[in-house]
Design a protein around this ligand. Structure first.
Ligand code: FAD
Length: 292
Protein backbone atom coordinates (compact mmCIF):
# COMPACT_ATOMS: atom_id res chain seq x y z
CA UNK A 1 0.00 0.00 0.00
CA UNK A 2 1.20 3.50 -0.80
CA UNK A 3 2.00 5.65 2.22
CA UNK A 4 1.06 9.34 1.92
CA UNK A 5 3.42 11.64 0.05
CA UNK A 6 3.42 15.19 -1.22
CA UNK A 7 3.85 15.93 -4.92
CA UNK A 8 5.84 18.99 -5.94
CA UNK A 9 5.44 20.42 -9.41
CA UNK A 10 8.44 22.56 -10.35
CA UNK A 11 8.33 24.65 -13.52
CA UNK A 12 12.07 24.58 -14.15
CA UNK A 13 15.04 22.27 -13.67
CA UNK A 14 16.50 24.78 -11.18
CA UNK A 15 13.34 24.65 -9.04
CA UNK A 16 13.36 20.86 -9.14
CA UNK A 17 17.00 20.79 -8.07
CA UNK A 18 16.34 23.18 -5.17
CA UNK A 19 13.47 20.94 -3.98
CA UNK A 20 15.73 17.87 -4.18
CA UNK A 21 18.41 19.66 -2.16
CA UNK A 22 15.85 20.88 0.38
CA UNK A 23 14.29 17.46 1.06
CA UNK A 24 17.43 15.35 0.59
CA UNK A 25 16.87 11.60 0.96
CA UNK A 26 13.15 12.25 1.66
CA UNK A 27 12.65 13.25 -1.98
CA UNK A 28 12.67 11.39 -5.29
CA UNK A 29 12.24 12.53 -8.86
CA UNK A 30 8.97 11.27 -10.30
CA UNK A 31 8.91 10.71 -14.08
CA UNK A 32 6.69 7.91 -15.45
CA UNK A 33 6.57 6.28 -12.02
CA UNK A 34 6.77 2.70 -13.34
CA UNK A 35 9.69 1.84 -11.05
CA UNK A 36 9.27 4.45 -8.35
CA UNK A 37 5.62 3.80 -7.52
CA UNK A 38 6.22 0.06 -7.70
CA UNK A 39 8.93 0.11 -5.02
CA UNK A 40 6.85 2.52 -2.93
CA UNK A 41 3.76 0.29 -3.20
CA UNK A 42 5.85 -2.74 -2.25
CA UNK A 43 7.13 -0.83 0.79
CA UNK A 44 10.73 -1.17 -0.42
CA UNK A 45 11.22 2.60 -0.24
CA UNK A 46 9.30 5.59 1.00
CA UNK A 47 9.73 9.16 -0.20
CA UNK A 48 7.50 11.72 1.55
CA UNK A 49 8.25 14.18 -1.30
CA UNK A 50 7.96 13.38 -5.00
CA UNK A 51 9.32 15.96 -7.42
CA UNK A 52 7.26 15.56 -10.58
CA UNK A 53 9.50 16.69 -13.43
CA UNK A 54 6.76 16.22 -16.03
CA UNK A 55 5.69 19.80 -15.26
CA UNK A 56 8.99 21.11 -16.66
CA UNK A 57 8.51 22.04 -20.32
CA UNK A 58 10.78 20.59 -22.97
CA UNK A 59 12.18 17.60 -21.10
CA UNK A 60 10.47 15.17 -23.48
CA UNK A 61 11.92 16.64 -26.68
CA UNK A 62 13.69 14.52 -29.25
CA UNK A 63 15.69 16.49 -31.80
CA UNK A 64 18.76 16.52 -33.97
CA UNK A 65 21.53 18.84 -32.71
CA UNK A 66 22.06 22.12 -34.59
CA UNK A 67 25.24 20.61 -36.08
CA UNK A 68 23.24 17.58 -37.19
CA UNK A 69 25.76 15.19 -35.64
CA UNK A 70 23.86 13.88 -32.62
CA UNK A 71 20.40 13.00 -31.46
CA UNK A 72 19.39 14.89 -28.33
CA UNK A 73 16.81 13.09 -26.25
CA UNK A 74 14.96 14.58 -23.30
CA UNK A 75 14.81 12.23 -20.29
CA UNK A 76 11.00 12.26 -20.32
CA UNK A 77 10.80 10.75 -23.79
CA UNK A 78 8.91 7.51 -23.24
CA UNK A 79 9.84 4.19 -24.79
CA UNK A 80 6.88 4.65 -27.11
CA UNK A 81 7.97 8.16 -28.10
CA UNK A 82 11.38 6.81 -29.05
CA UNK A 83 10.01 3.83 -30.90
CA UNK A 84 7.67 6.00 -32.97
CA UNK A 85 9.62 9.24 -33.41
CA UNK A 86 10.30 9.87 -37.12
CA UNK A 87 13.58 11.57 -36.11
CA UNK A 88 14.75 8.49 -34.20
CA UNK A 89 13.60 6.13 -36.93
CA UNK A 90 15.47 8.13 -39.53
CA UNK A 91 18.70 8.89 -37.67
CA UNK A 92 18.98 6.09 -35.11
CA UNK A 93 16.82 3.18 -36.30
CA UNK A 94 18.59 0.75 -33.98
CA UNK A 95 17.32 2.74 -30.98
CA UNK A 96 13.74 2.63 -32.32
CA UNK A 97 14.13 -1.10 -32.89
CA UNK A 98 15.37 -1.72 -29.33
CA UNK A 99 12.67 0.50 -27.83
CA UNK A 100 9.97 -1.52 -29.59
CA UNK A 101 11.06 -4.57 -27.57
CA UNK A 102 11.20 -2.94 -24.12
CA UNK A 103 8.81 -4.24 -21.45
CA UNK A 104 5.08 -4.32 -22.16
CA UNK A 105 2.68 -1.82 -23.72
CA UNK A 106 1.75 -0.23 -20.40
CA UNK A 107 5.36 0.35 -19.34
CA UNK A 108 6.39 1.52 -22.82
CA UNK A 109 3.58 4.08 -22.83
CA UNK A 110 4.63 5.85 -19.61
CA UNK A 111 8.14 4.65 -18.74
CA UNK A 112 10.84 7.09 -19.75
CA UNK A 113 14.37 6.65 -21.00
CA UNK A 114 15.61 8.88 -18.16
CA UNK A 115 13.85 6.78 -15.53
CA UNK A 116 15.25 3.62 -17.05
CA UNK A 117 18.84 4.91 -16.88
CA UNK A 118 18.58 6.62 -13.48
CA UNK A 119 16.99 3.64 -11.74
CA UNK A 120 20.02 1.54 -12.82
CA UNK A 121 18.09 -1.70 -12.61
CA UNK A 122 20.52 -4.12 -14.28
CA UNK A 123 17.97 -5.70 -16.64
CA UNK A 124 17.98 -2.65 -18.88
CA UNK A 125 18.03 -2.69 -22.66
CA UNK A 126 18.91 0.99 -22.86
CA UNK A 127 21.91 0.87 -20.53
CA UNK A 128 23.53 -1.81 -22.70
CA UNK A 129 22.69 -0.12 -25.99
CA UNK A 130 23.82 3.35 -24.90
CA UNK A 131 27.09 1.99 -23.51
CA UNK A 132 27.96 0.44 -26.88
CA UNK A 133 26.76 3.57 -28.67
CA UNK A 134 29.02 5.92 -26.69
CA UNK A 135 26.12 8.10 -25.53
CA UNK A 136 26.70 10.95 -23.11
CA UNK A 137 24.35 12.15 -20.39
CA UNK A 138 23.75 15.73 -19.28
CA UNK A 139 23.14 16.21 -15.56
CA UNK A 140 21.85 19.55 -14.29
CA UNK A 141 21.40 21.09 -10.87
CA UNK A 142 20.65 24.60 -9.66
CA UNK A 143 24.42 25.07 -9.36
CA UNK A 144 25.98 23.44 -12.40
CA UNK A 145 25.67 21.26 -15.43
CA UNK A 146 27.98 18.39 -16.36
CA UNK A 147 28.21 15.80 -19.07
CA UNK A 148 29.16 12.18 -18.38
CA UNK A 149 29.80 9.31 -20.77
CA UNK A 150 27.20 6.56 -20.30
CA UNK A 151 30.15 4.36 -19.29
CA UNK A 152 30.72 6.51 -16.19
CA UNK A 153 27.07 6.95 -15.24
CA UNK A 154 26.01 3.50 -14.04
CA UNK A 155 28.16 2.53 -11.08
CA UNK A 156 26.46 -0.66 -9.92
CA UNK A 157 23.19 -2.24 -8.90
CA UNK A 158 20.68 0.66 -8.57
CA UNK A 159 23.63 3.03 -8.28
CA UNK A 160 24.59 5.92 -10.57
CA UNK A 161 26.99 8.87 -10.53
CA UNK A 162 24.04 11.28 -10.22
CA UNK A 163 24.22 13.58 -7.20
CA UNK A 164 21.02 13.85 -5.11
CA UNK A 165 20.23 17.38 -6.40
CA UNK A 166 20.97 16.55 -10.04
CA UNK A 167 18.46 15.81 -12.77
CA UNK A 168 19.26 13.92 -15.92
CA UNK A 169 18.27 16.54 -18.48
CA UNK A 170 19.47 15.16 -21.79
CA UNK A 171 20.81 12.05 -23.44
CA UNK A 172 23.09 12.68 -26.41
CA UNK A 173 23.54 10.01 -29.01
CA UNK A 174 26.20 10.62 -31.66
CA UNK A 175 24.89 9.67 -35.09
CA UNK A 176 26.58 6.56 -36.41
CA UNK A 177 28.81 7.01 -39.44
CA UNK A 178 27.48 5.61 -42.69
CA UNK A 179 30.10 2.83 -42.43
CA UNK A 180 28.75 1.73 -39.06
CA UNK A 181 26.08 -0.91 -38.62
CA UNK A 182 24.64 -2.17 -35.38
CA UNK A 183 22.58 -4.99 -33.99
CA UNK A 184 21.03 -5.80 -30.65
CA UNK A 185 20.11 -9.13 -29.13
CA UNK A 186 18.47 -10.06 -25.86
CA UNK A 187 16.98 -13.04 -24.12
CA UNK A 188 14.08 -12.82 -21.69
CA UNK A 189 12.04 -15.33 -19.78
CA UNK A 190 10.22 -12.59 -17.86
CA UNK A 191 9.34 -9.07 -18.97
CA UNK A 192 12.81 -7.76 -18.20
CA UNK A 193 15.78 -9.10 -20.17
CA UNK A 194 18.09 -11.71 -18.65
CA UNK A 195 20.97 -11.02 -21.06
CA UNK A 196 21.53 -8.15 -23.50
CA UNK A 197 24.18 -7.57 -26.17
CA UNK A 198 24.71 -4.55 -28.41
CA UNK A 199 27.25 -4.62 -31.25
CA UNK A 200 28.36 -1.78 -33.50
CA UNK A 201 30.75 -2.48 -36.37
CA UNK A 202 32.47 0.17 -38.44
CA UNK A 203 33.50 -1.43 -41.70
CA UNK A 204 35.51 0.17 -44.50
CA UNK A 205 36.58 -1.64 -47.67
CA UNK A 206 35.69 -4.96 -46.08
CA UNK A 207 37.85 -4.35 -42.98
CA UNK A 208 36.46 -3.94 -39.46
CA UNK A 209 37.88 -0.56 -38.47
CA UNK A 210 36.12 -0.28 -35.13
CA UNK A 211 33.94 -2.42 -32.89
CA UNK A 212 31.87 -1.46 -29.89
CA UNK A 213 30.45 -4.40 -28.02
CA UNK A 214 28.47 -4.12 -24.78
CA UNK A 215 27.06 -6.91 -22.65
CA UNK A 216 24.46 -6.28 -19.98
CA UNK A 217 21.72 -7.59 -17.68
CA UNK A 218 23.76 -10.61 -16.55
CA UNK A 219 25.70 -8.73 -13.85
CA UNK A 220 25.19 -5.58 -11.80
CA UNK A 221 26.02 -3.24 -14.69
CA UNK A 222 26.70 -3.43 -18.42
CA UNK A 223 30.30 -3.76 -19.55
CA UNK A 224 32.27 -3.24 -22.75
CA UNK A 225 33.79 -6.49 -24.00
CA UNK A 226 37.15 -4.85 -24.74
CA UNK A 227 39.16 -8.00 -25.49
CA UNK A 228 36.56 -9.17 -27.98
CA UNK A 229 36.60 -5.71 -29.58
CA UNK A 230 40.40 -5.75 -29.84
CA UNK A 231 40.35 -9.20 -31.44
CA UNK A 232 37.98 -8.10 -34.21
CA UNK A 233 39.54 -4.72 -34.98
CA UNK A 234 41.44 -4.94 -38.28
CA UNK A 235 39.94 -8.29 -39.31
CA UNK A 236 38.25 -8.68 -42.68
CA UNK A 237 34.48 -8.84 -42.36
CA UNK A 238 34.42 -12.02 -44.45
CA UNK A 239 36.78 -13.97 -42.22
CA UNK A 240 35.99 -12.32 -38.88
CA UNK A 241 36.31 -14.66 -35.91
CA UNK A 242 32.95 -13.83 -34.35
CA UNK A 243 32.80 -17.13 -32.42
CA UNK A 244 36.12 -16.38 -30.71
CA UNK A 245 34.97 -12.83 -29.97
CA UNK A 246 31.77 -14.22 -28.46
CA UNK A 247 33.88 -16.52 -26.28
CA UNK A 248 35.88 -13.53 -25.00
CA UNK A 249 32.70 -11.54 -24.36
CA UNK A 250 31.24 -14.44 -22.38
CA UNK A 251 34.43 -14.71 -20.31
CA UNK A 252 34.37 -10.96 -19.59
CA UNK A 253 30.68 -10.83 -18.71
CA UNK A 254 31.02 -11.84 -15.03
CA UNK A 255 27.38 -12.93 -14.57
CA UNK A 256 25.58 -13.34 -11.23
CA UNK A 257 23.52 -16.32 -10.11
CA UNK A 258 20.00 -15.07 -9.43
CA UNK A 259 16.33 -15.90 -9.91
CA UNK A 260 16.71 -15.33 -13.66
CA UNK A 261 19.27 -18.13 -13.98
CA UNK A 262 22.69 -19.46 -13.03
CA UNK A 263 25.91 -17.65 -13.91
CA UNK A 264 26.89 -20.51 -16.26
CA UNK A 265 23.60 -20.29 -18.10
CA UNK A 266 23.92 -16.54 -18.51
CA UNK A 267 27.51 -16.89 -19.74
CA UNK A 268 26.25 -19.26 -22.41
CA UNK A 269 23.52 -16.78 -23.33
CA UNK A 270 26.12 -14.04 -23.73
CA UNK A 271 28.19 -16.34 -25.97
CA UNK A 272 25.21 -17.05 -28.24
CA UNK A 273 23.75 -13.52 -28.27
CA UNK A 274 27.15 -11.94 -28.98
CA UNK A 275 27.77 -14.19 -31.97
CA UNK A 276 24.26 -13.46 -33.25
CA UNK A 277 24.57 -9.69 -32.78
CA UNK A 278 27.96 -9.59 -34.52
CA UNK A 279 26.68 -11.70 -37.42
CA UNK A 280 23.63 -9.49 -37.79
CA UNK A 281 25.67 -6.28 -37.61
CA UNK A 282 28.08 -7.63 -40.21
CA UNK A 283 25.16 -8.52 -42.47
CA UNK A 284 23.82 -5.02 -42.07
CA UNK A 285 27.27 -3.57 -42.76
CA UNK A 286 27.27 -5.58 -45.98
CA UNK A 287 23.96 -3.95 -46.87
CA UNK A 288 21.63 -6.87 -46.21
CA UNK A 289 19.12 -4.50 -44.53
CA UNK A 290 18.87 -0.78 -43.94
CA UNK A 291 18.35 -1.10 -40.21
CA UNK A 292 20.97 -0.28 -37.58
C1 FAD B 1 6.98 -4.81 -15.75
C2 FAD B 1 8.20 -4.08 -16.21
C3 FAD B 1 8.93 -4.57 -17.29
C4 FAD B 1 10.07 -3.91 -17.72
N1 FAD B 1 10.78 -4.41 -18.78
C5 FAD B 1 11.87 -3.76 -19.23
C6 FAD B 1 12.61 -4.24 -20.36
O1 FAD B 1 12.26 -5.22 -21.00
N2 FAD B 1 13.71 -3.53 -20.72
C7 FAD B 1 14.12 -2.41 -20.07
O2 FAD B 1 15.12 -1.82 -20.45
N3 FAD B 1 13.42 -1.93 -19.02
C8 FAD B 1 12.33 -2.58 -18.59
N4 FAD B 1 11.63 -2.08 -17.53
C9 FAD B 1 12.09 -0.85 -16.91
C10 FAD B 1 11.39 0.37 -17.55
O3 FAD B 1 12.07 0.71 -18.71
C11 FAD B 1 11.45 1.45 -16.56
O4 FAD B 1 10.54 1.06 -15.55
C12 FAD B 1 11.03 2.83 -17.04
O5 FAD B 1 11.67 3.26 -18.18
C13 FAD B 1 11.35 3.79 -15.91
O6 FAD B 1 10.94 5.07 -16.30
P1 FAD B 1 9.94 5.92 -15.41
O7 FAD B 1 9.79 7.21 -16.10
O8 FAD B 1 8.70 5.17 -15.11
O9 FAD B 1 10.82 6.08 -14.09
P2 FAD B 1 10.34 6.41 -12.61
O10 FAD B 1 9.73 5.21 -11.99
O11 FAD B 1 9.56 7.67 -12.58
O12 FAD B 1 11.77 6.69 -11.96
C14 FAD B 1 12.72 5.65 -11.82
C15 FAD B 1 13.91 6.19 -11.02
O13 FAD B 1 14.65 7.14 -11.78
C16 FAD B 1 14.65 8.43 -11.15
N5 FAD B 1 14.50 9.39 -12.24
C17 FAD B 1 13.54 9.38 -13.20
N6 FAD B 1 13.78 10.34 -14.11
C18 FAD B 1 14.90 10.98 -13.71
C19 FAD B 1 15.66 12.07 -14.24
N7 FAD B 1 15.33 12.68 -15.39
N8 FAD B 1 16.77 12.47 -13.57
C20 FAD B 1 17.13 11.84 -12.43
N9 FAD B 1 16.48 10.81 -11.88
C21 FAD B 1 15.36 10.38 -12.52
C22 FAD B 1 13.49 8.39 -10.16
O14 FAD B 1 13.70 9.23 -9.06
C23 FAD B 1 13.50 6.92 -9.75
O15 FAD B 1 14.50 6.69 -8.79
C24 FAD B 1 10.49 -2.73 -17.07
C25 FAD B 1 9.75 -2.22 -16.00
C26 FAD B 1 8.62 -2.88 -15.56
C27 FAD B 1 7.84 -2.31 -14.41
Amino acid sequence: MLRPFEIHEPGTVEEASVLLAQFGFDAAIYAGGTELLLIMKEGLAHFPHLVNIKTIPGLDEIALSAEGDELQIGPLATHWDLERSPTVRKHAPLLAEVESQVANTRVRAVGTIGGNLCFAEPHSDLATLLLAWGATLELSSSEAQRVLPAADFTLGLFETARQPNEILTRIRLPLLSENTAGAYRKFSTHERPMATVAALLEVKDGIIEDVRLAVGSVGPLPIRASEAEALLRGQSIEGATFASAAELAAAASDPMDDLHGSADYKRQLVRVLTAQALMEASGRAAGETNEG
